[in-house]
Ligand binder design. Structure first.
Ligand code: UD1
Ligand code: CA
Length: 460
């Protein structure tokens, strides 16, 4: 779709949110509303996506960069209305045949709705096609006034509407397809003579119609596409709706959620069949979770890839990979950059950071492994620690296959333990240990007899 473009309006401030962030960066299921809108825009592969930025411009641009997909931006220096915002993206209009306009604060617009409207728009040879909806409460939205043929006559904003117009239930979603040239011709004719004193994009609709082109309506099947948020309470409602929708989709795909309490799963999470998600579990970011896993209760999994048959019980895991059959928890943390091999066992009060743990290795209790490369079949006794940081630099610890690390071993990095080697309980290992050997670093036991008697005598 090279001759189409998309302009996303994202310059508004959203004062009622009482936030340091601009409104379009407020999260729904941990993802900025703007991100939801851009996902849908990208889904139809337009030739260009231009985001109009203004309030919190730096933050919005930073978010766009972090997203890593290309889009252009246009700057709206002052908030003078939606029509004025579109004027700033003049170049995008000049370089396209049809343009999709979306609001950055209405996250649930979807590709299907947009493509249905494009069909109406192109097949009808329209100057503009407005995506409309019939929500439960039309308050605050622009009302759709149709002519006798059912085409669009005009859009009247809440503030400017008569009593009869306010009775109309069909509203403007804020998403439209415009013929780019028709819109370019209409924009300079917009005026600020309305209740808000703004340049309304909605006035372009009647201007295009007056110029002899068709103004059509495409009614969305899903009334939620219009939902936006002006306050934290609105945002909470959007989250609740999105949460239920994501959970329903997952369950339809074979995921088991016996109780939804506290289960929040982001829109970019994929979960395989027969995986069970238990209460108080948050899964967010780009997560891929395999089938027949048990995740939760009370877990937070962020941007992780998890294989099949994995158990994560009371686990916090960030930006890590967990291979099939691994069993982690309760009360364990995987910090970014951890790669947990197949059938690994990680037990209670264990923290793993930026480490590779080979298959079938066991770290059953009370351990910290940071910056470590651990082979397969290694056993860590209770309380083992890699001392990876000397206060200035970080160093790695290497442990060969089938090594046995005794309880309470401190491994002072950089250090290497060979395959099949053992360390004695309580040792602080500062030198490399060759394969198949035992390293012991502790003083011989000293027994002082009759110690108690001496102590009592001193006391007297
Ligand atoms: C707009 C529509 C209304 C529609 C509603 C749907 C107009 C005049 N009205 O009203 O018919 O029912 O959306 O949600 O268009 N923005 C800018 N710069 C500005 C003003 C707004 O970029 O100067 C952006 C905002 O960030 C937001 C979008 O445009 O993402 C919509 O603006 P908003 O002020 O929320 O418009 P509404 O009053 O909701
Ligand atoms: Ca709005």
């Amino acid at each position: 779709m090279n001759k189409t473009a998309c302009i996303v309006l994202a310059a508004g401030d959203g004062k009622r949110m009482k936030s340091h962030k601009p409104k379009v960066l407020m999260n729904v299921l941990f993802k900025p509303m703007l991100g939801w809108v851009l996902d849908s825009a990208e889904g139809i592969s337009p030739g260009e996506i231009c985001v109009v930025v203004g309030s919190g411009e730096e933050q919005v641009k930073k978010y766009l960069e972090g997203r890593g997909r290309s889009c252009t931006t246009a700057r709206q220096a002052e908030r003078k209305g939606t029509g004025h915002a579109v004027m700033q993206a003049e170049n995008t209009l000049k370089n396209s045949e049809n343009v999709l306009i979306l609001c950055g604060d209405a996250p649930f617009i979807d590709e299907e709705t947009v493509l249905n409207a494009l069909k109406v728009h192109t097949e009808g040879g329209c100057g503009v096609t407005v995506i409309t909806a019939v929500p439960d409460d039309p308050f605050g939205y622009g009302r759709i006034i149709r002519d006798e043929k059912g085409d669009l006559l005009k859009i009247v904003e809440q503030k400017d509407a008569s009593k009869e117009e306010l009775a109309v239930k069909e509203i403007n979603s804020g998403a439209y397809w415009f013929n780019s040239r028709a819109l370019l011709e209409a924009l300079p004719k917009l005026s600020q003579s309305n209740a808000a004193g703004e340049y309304y994009l909605t006035d372009a609709v009647s201007l295009i119609r007056e110029s002899g082109k068709r103004a059509a309506v495409s009614t969305a099947q899903n009334k939620y596409i219009v939902l936006g948020a002006n306050s934290r309470t609105d945002l909470s409602s959007l989250n609740e709706y999105a949460r239920e929708r994501v959970l329903a989709e997952l369950m339809e795909g074979g995921v088991e959620i016996p109780c939804r309490d506290g289960v929040i799963i982001g829109k970019d999470v994929r979960i395989g069949q027969d995986t069970v998600i238990l209460p108080n579990t948050i899964i967010r970011g780009r997560c891929r979770i395999g089938s027949s896993c048990e995740i939760g209760p009370s877990s937070l999994i962020e941007s992780c890839t998890v294989g099949d048959g994995v158990i994560l019980n009371n686990v916090q895991a960030y930006e890590s990979v967990v291979e099939s059959g691994a069993k982690i928890g309760p009360f364990a943390q995987l910090r970014p950059g951890s790669h947990i091999g197949q059938n690994v066992k990680i037990g209670d009060f264990v923290e793993i950071k930026n480490s590779n743990i080979g298959e079938k290795t066991s770290v059953a209790h009370l351990a910290y492994l940071g910056d470590a490369d651990v082979g397969r079949g290694v056993n860590f006794g209770c309380g083992c620690i890699t001392a990876n940081y000397d206060g200035v630099n970080k160093f790695r610890t290497k442990i060969g296959d089938d090594a046995f690390i005794g309880c309470n071993t401190n491994l002072i990095a950089p250090v290497e333990i060979g395959a099949n080697a053992s360390t004695g309980a309580g040792s602080t290992i500062t030198e490399n240990v060759p394969a198949d050997s035992l390293a012991l670093e502790r003083a011989d036991t000293k027994i002082i007899e009759h110690w108690e008697k001496n102590r009592l005598r001193k006391k007297k």
